[in-house]
Design a protein around this ligand. Structure first.
Ligand SMILES: N[C@@H](CCC(=O)N[C@@H](CS)C(=O)NCC(=O)O)C(=O)O
Length: 277
């Protein structure tokens, strides 16, 4: 048997969850590499030091959107990534827009509530833990260094973050969701774009960070996504982490939620978790 696909990532990583979910939906077995101590593990596979990254035979690739399209193309997942040029273009539009729109659900809201209680401040010297070490010793970790700053840059991260999420969701309601299909790119069934969008917006409901009740199309979509196969193992981390507003996060809780997430992935029978030192 060929070596299975290798994914560097962890359940706490939004873009890693996209790859996990796509592979589980299509029943593609994979090994996932993590770190025994700090959850976060990378090596030269992704020279930028981020997760997710994959190794497929002798082919290494980083960037979630590139990875999921590559896998869909390679394995012919034409339900997740339809072949029609215009449908594909719409999905591509979403994937490009994600980086400067939907991804800000983490950057402006989730990040503050996950990162601040982990004791990550503005430098290795002022922080605790291996995750801080990873971020501040990596010159290419520009975005996460900034995410840490942003999370301290406001006295009211809940209100400021929620404003950003309201703007994101308002845009989706006006320009992405249509009347017929519940999915973000108006596809007949769930697409890559939905997995990507849910990795950012879905997490906010588990964490009690945002209530989408004023957004009917998004509410309908969240319900549809919760019924997509393998929703449960992919989000076992989010369930275990739970409400991080009422009870602030901690390193112990973050680690144990990840461990629960990994266990749930393994229980699908499609995933082997490899923890490295
Ligand atoms: N643009 C990348 C973003 C990946 C990303 O933000 N990964 C985070 C974990 S969720 C990470 O590795 N952060 C550490 C860092 O940037 O140094 C993608 O879509 O794959």
């Amino acid at each position: 048997m060929n070596n299975p696909l290798v994914i560097y990532g962890m359940p706490a990583s939004q873009p890693a969850r996209v790859i996990f979910w796509a592979c589980l939906l299509k029943e593609l077995p994979f090994n996932v590499i993590t770190s025994r101590d700090s959850v976060f593990y990378t090596d030269d596979t992704n020279p930028r030091g981020q997760v997710p990254a994959i190794v497929d035979g002798d082919f290494c690739l980083a960037e979630m959107a590139a990875i999921v399209c590559y896998l869909a193309d390679k394995h012919g997942w034409s339900d997740l990534y339809p072949e029609d040029f215009q449908v594909r273009a719409r999905i591509q539009e979403f994937l490009h827009r994600y980086h400067s729109l939907v991804r800000f659900a983490t950057y402006k809201l989730m990040g503050a509530f996950v990162v601040r209680p982990l004791g990550i401040r503005d430098s290795v010297a002022n922080s605790s833990g291996a995750i801080a070490h990873h971020i501040f010793n990596n010159p290419y970790s520009i975005m996460f260094q900034d995410l840490v700053k942003v999370s301290y840059g406001t006295d009211n991260p809940l209100q400021e973050g929620a404003e950003a999420v309201r703007a994101i969701t308002d845009f989706l309601e006006k320009y992405h969701f249509k009347e017929g299909s519940p999915y973000v790119c108006n596809t007949e069934s769930v697409s890559i774009a939905d997995l990507v969008c849910y990795s950012e917006l879905g997490q906010l409901t588990f964490a009690n960070l945002f209530d989408f009740k004023d957004f009917p199309k998004t509410t309908r979509w969240l319900q549809a996504m919760s019924e997509v196969p393998h929703h449960e193992p992919v989000h076992a981390y989010n369930v275990a982490l739970g409400d991080i507003v009422s009870v602030p996060n901690s390193l112990g809780r973050f680690r144990s939620a990840n461990a629960i997430g990994f266990k749930a992935l393994e229980q699908t029978g499609l995933v082997t978790v490899i923890a490295k030192d």
